[in-house]
Design a protein around this ligand. Structure first.
Ligand code: T4K
Length: 441
């Protein structure tokens, strides 16, 4: 039986491949570190806010907390209207309906499935274009090549908080008379050339899901400077009702409730501290990439200010010595719950992959295909310390040093070490060690 101190030493010094948890060694972290672990607000303060909501008796239907949340988000985004919703997926649907979109909507193939499903759910056809290799956001030329007489809108995504070049898409949409809607789920608090996200295009949509930079447990928001569009979104968010009884539209129930708004407001108060932690963490991860060949950190585009909520690494298998899926499996076994968002890609997910008409994928997607196989996201946020990132750095450096040994052991395991291949089973705890390995070796 190892003592706690011995266990810690063993976990800290992964000098040889045999010491890796994936081959039966002691995991580096006994409590897994996650991508997107929510930043919890101060409990006392949040409970006091909840108590105020309860005492007011107004639990939902656009009460004072939601109104304050909306005005705060609008102010921070420098935009006239904010329409808070129960999540970003519903927000995308509401705004697409409010814009009167029809036919096809062009979006990146490399995004969370909600971008596509939100459109498909309301009878629109998602059309997937490729992304830029440096920023991972929608490639303007590829998007333009997808435009047909059926296209009604372009839906770029500020992926990882990297703000798409708005002027490029604005002029393209003007030229082709299309609506421009940004999926800004990752980009609350980000800026492009000192302009905050929120006022680009006809409208933008933020997500305030628990895993996001700023969260309301669940939540979303539509932001726009278009007065008419905002009015229509407000109506569609609440059943299409205008006034007390009159129904003027087919609406849904997309409202945010008061407790969510209270949590969102608390989260916004922590924004400076979260930004500092994310920036420090980014710096610590950048130091790892500086010294380990074959790993690169997705850069923040020039002129952008990022909330740094996602730390995205690209693995060059040839130079690093291990493939992305292999690295994710090894890290997870060590308690570093890396993700491989958004493999296998929207175009390879149902119902789009089985559609035989080809209408979803009219252009080649080489960059998306490459990124879907080579990028991973590492834990960050306030739940992860710079010290822990340095431990991850030492581990990764040692993986690179011992990659040949790892590959040899891996092949000896003869399939007992499972390659991580998709994030479907991602919420499971780290893979159990492979006890039979040493017999094989
Ligand atoms: N567009 C884009 C580009 C998006 O990325 C998203 C959502 C949307 C639209 C739609 O936004 P919403 O309709 O959700 O507002 C997450 C989120 O569910 C989803 O909001 C997000 N994007 C997507 C990228 O990721 P997972 O698969 O990461 O969630 P999960 O449950 O695996 O959580 C990650 C880790 O965080 C867990 O391993 C443990 C920890 N965690 C998570 C939650 C929810 C906690 O500790 N506590 C928690 O409450 O999906």
């Amino acid at each position: 039986m190892m003592t706690v101190a011995e266990k810690m030493t063993a976990a800290e010094s992964k000098v040889t491949a045999e010491q890796l948890a994936v081959f039966g060694g002691v995991p580096l972290f006994s409590e897994p570190l996650h991508v997107g672990q929510p930043v919890l607000p101060d409990r006392e303060q949040l409970l006091a806010d909840f108590d105020a909501v309860m005492r007011s008796g107004q639990l939902t239907n656009h009460g004072p907390m939601v109104r304050e949340f909306e005005s705060t988000v609008a102010r921070l985004s420098n935009v006239r209207h904010c329409i808070a919703t129960c999540n970003a997926t519903i927000a995308l649907q509401i705004v697409a309906r409010a814009m009167g979109l029809t036919g096809e909507v062009i979006m990146p193939a490399f995004t969370f499935i909600a971008t596509a499903h939100a459109m498909e759910w309301i009878g629109l056809t998602p059309v997937f274009a490729d992304v830029d290799p440096a920023t991972h956001t929608l490639d303007a030329d590829s998007a333009e090549a997808c435009i047909t007489s059926r296209t009604s809108a372009i839906l770029p995504v500020h992926l990882w908080g990297n703000v798409c070049r708005p002027e490029q898409f604005t002029s393209m949409c003007k030229r082709h008379r299309l609506r421009l809607l940004f999926d800004s789920s990752h980009a609350f608090g980000c800026q492009s050339n000192n302009v905050p996200t929120g006022a680009f295009g006809d409208a933008e949509v933020f997500s305030f899901h628990a895993t996001k930079f700023i969260h309301a447990f669940e939540g979303g928001a539509i932001v726009t400077n278009d007065d008419q569009l905002a009015d229509r979104c407000r109506r569609l968010r609440a059943f299409g009702i205008s006034g007390l009884t009159e129904v003027s539209d087919i609406g849904t129930n997309g409202k945010m409730h008061e407790l969510s708004a209270a949590a969102g407001l608390r989260s916004i108060k922590s924004m400076p501290a979260i930004l500092t932690a994310n920036t420090d963490n980014r710096r610590a991860y950048a130091e790892i990439c500086d010294v380990v060949s074959g790993l690169s950190l997705t850069p923040v585009p020039r002129g952008n200010f990022s909330n740094n909520q996602y730390l995205v690494l690209t693995v060059d298998e040839h130079r690093f010595g291990l493939g992305r899926d292999q690295l994710v499996s090894i890290l997870r076994a060590e308690g570093v719950f890396a993700r491989s968002y958004f493999a296998p890609g929207c175009h390879r997910s149902e119902p789009y992959r089985s559609d035989s008409t080809g209408r979803h994928v009219p252009v080649p997607l080489p960059v998306s295909e490459h990124l879907l196989k080579s990028v991973l996201q590492l834990p960050t946020g306030m739940a992860v310390s710079v010290g822990q990132i340095r431990q991850i750095g030492r581990l990764i450096a040692s993986l690179h040093r011992t990659c040949h040994q790892i590959q040899r052991l891996w092949s000896l395991c003869d399939g007992r070490v499972k390659f991580h291949s998709a994030d479907a089973a991602a919420t499971r705890s780290p893979a159990p060690p492979v006890p039979a390995f040493r017999e094989a070796g």
